[in-house]
Write a new protein. Structure first.
Length: 301
């Protein structure tokens, strides 16, 4: 009895396996995770953070030498900067509103109006998201450009010297190109949200005599608001930093913050001024990206 009492009881989870050897714990140690995290963090610091730090440092170094905030004072006092900031903001906001309206209508049609090829159109939207922005701009130029198909057809029919479609070289052309390109970024989360919608509510409302406009307003729209907010936030960030569309449309007098950075650095050789504008653009973008992450998290995206 004494020997039986002295014999230690096996502890759950620590019993010896057959063969007499004890299993060793394979749980990763804290420093192991740190070792695996160091290479990507170092690569990120080298590729992104270090150049960004150089841009920030250059923004405080005027051409006269030394370190001061004079480049910021000069840029903020410049009318070109204020005009570029205003142009960037109103174009981004207007394009976002246009994408929200057009994307909501198109997503409604694809999701709830049966027609042949609806599934193929929904799949094409995923492919469209991979297209470069300048490709859409070139397509619009081929159609509505000064020597595009629309103006060519007009001059052939009327014999006029030039066609009436000259808006691509104006801010409205940039706005049209941005809405055309970024609308699928709103449609994608909307289609995902519509696929989760309980169709029983729609059928019940329809059987009770509710009109289509009321169903959309009271049932579909509330369910789509999180997806609209997430898609709109993303489009706002992308439009704020868009460079290719503005450059390829050749719009006269349309200068945004990205094109102002290009102009100051490449055309004026004003590197401190270009870095100041770049820092401002980055700060606005990071702030809007933070907003986008909050909205996406609440939307479950």
């Amino acid at each position: 009895m004494a020997e039986a009492a002295a014999e230690p009881r096996p502890v759950v989870g620590l019993a010896r396996p057959p063969g007499g050897s004890r299993k060793t714990s394979t749980a990763p140690r804290p420093y192991g995770a740190l070792v695996w995290a160091l290479p990507p963090v170092a690569l990120l610091a080298l590729v992104f953070l270090y150049p960004l730090a150089l841009v920030v440092r250059q923004s405080f170094q005027p051409d006269t030498g030394g370190t001061s905030v004079q480049p910021y004072a000069d840029v903020f006092a410049s009318g070109a900067f204020r005009e570029a900031l205003w142009t960037t903001v109103w174009l981004a906001v207007a394009a976002t509103v246009g994408c929200l309206v057009l994307g909501f209508v198109l997503a409604l049609v694809i999701a709830f109006v049966p027609f042949p090829g609806a599934r193929a159109v929904a799949r094409f939207i995923d492919v469209f998201l991979s297209f470069p922005s300048f490709l859409i701009t070139l397509a619009l130029l081929f159609i509505y450009g000064t020597v595009g198909m629309a103006n060519g057809a007009w001059t052939d029919v009327t014999g006029a010297a030039e066609g009436p479609f000259q808006f691509l070289t104006t801010p409205w052309g940039v706005l049209l190109a941005e809405i055309t390109y970024f609308t699928p970024f709103v449609m994608r989360p909307l289609l995902a949200a519509f696929s989760q919608l309980d169709t029983g509510q729609l059928e019940a409302a329809s059987s009770l005599g509710a009109r289509t406009s009321r169903i959309v307003r009271q049932i579909i729209l509330p369910e789509a608001l999180p997806a609209l907010a997430a898609g709109g936030s993303l489009v706002l960030v992308l439009c704020l930093n868009e460079f290719g569309i503005v450059l390829f449309t050749g719009a006269k007098g349309v200068t945004t913050l990205p094109t102002l950075v290009y102009g100051k650095a490449m055309l004026e050789s004003d590197y401190p001024g270009a870095c100041v504008v770049a820092v401002v653009n980055v700060l606005i973008s990071v702030g809007l990206y933070g907003l986008y992450r909050v909205v996406s998290r609440r939307a479950g995206a």
